[in-house]
Design a protein around this ligand. Structure first.
Ligand code: FES
Ligand code: FES
Length: 158
């Protein structure tokens, strides 16, 4: 089966890849481009571990085909830190110990950033609803919520 040639933008950089029709964006990121920060928890859109943004919109990369990235802008967890400087959300996750195994963490960070990009001052309820599509089996969620709200406060001050 011939592969599709896709040109796209990932974390601000122009990227080209070949992929099969049925290959998901998550598989392309992880297996073709070696961007393994996005995780596969379920492959069915239920856990949010594969969260990325596509033209600024939060999506599950396991539910998007690689060819759908053509001409679009993809942001993954690899683009969140700027060199050695962690994003405030990443720092606050560390400070609040908001992770244990870490499988869910890239997805939570991408999802939280997508929220704060459009609503810099969410209520705790708004945040919990927004993150309802991201499952964590380790932390009990409270530390994650505290970390995001703390980061939001810091980001509003800066
Ligand atoms: S791996 Fe995509 S939602 Fe679970
Ligand atoms: S830290 Fe393990 S699933 Fe969230």
């Amino acid at each position: 089966m011939p592969k599709h040639h896709v040109t796209t933008t990932i974390n601000g950089d122009p990227v080209e890849f070949l992929c099969a029709s049925e290959q998901t964006l998550l598989d392309v990121l992880r297996d073709v481009l070696q961007l393994t920060g996005s995780k596969e928890g379920c492959a069915s859109g239920d856990c949010g571990a594969c969260s990325v943004t596509l033209d600024g919109r939060l999506v599950c990369a396991c539910l998007v085909l690689g060819v759908e990235a053509r001409g679009r802008s993809v942001e993954t967890i690899e683009g969140m830190a700027k060199g050695d400087e962690l994003h405030p959300l990443q720092r606050k996750f560390l400070e609040h110990a908001a992770l244990q195994c870490g499988i869910c963490t890239p997805g939570f960070l991408i999802a939280a950033k997508a929220l704060l990009d459009r609503n810099p001052d969410p209520t705790e309820t708004e945040l919990r609803y927004w993150l309802a599509g991201n499952l964590c089996r380790c932390t009990g969620y409270d530390k994650i919520v505290r970390a995001v709200l703390d980061a939001a406060t810091e980001m509003r001050r800066s």
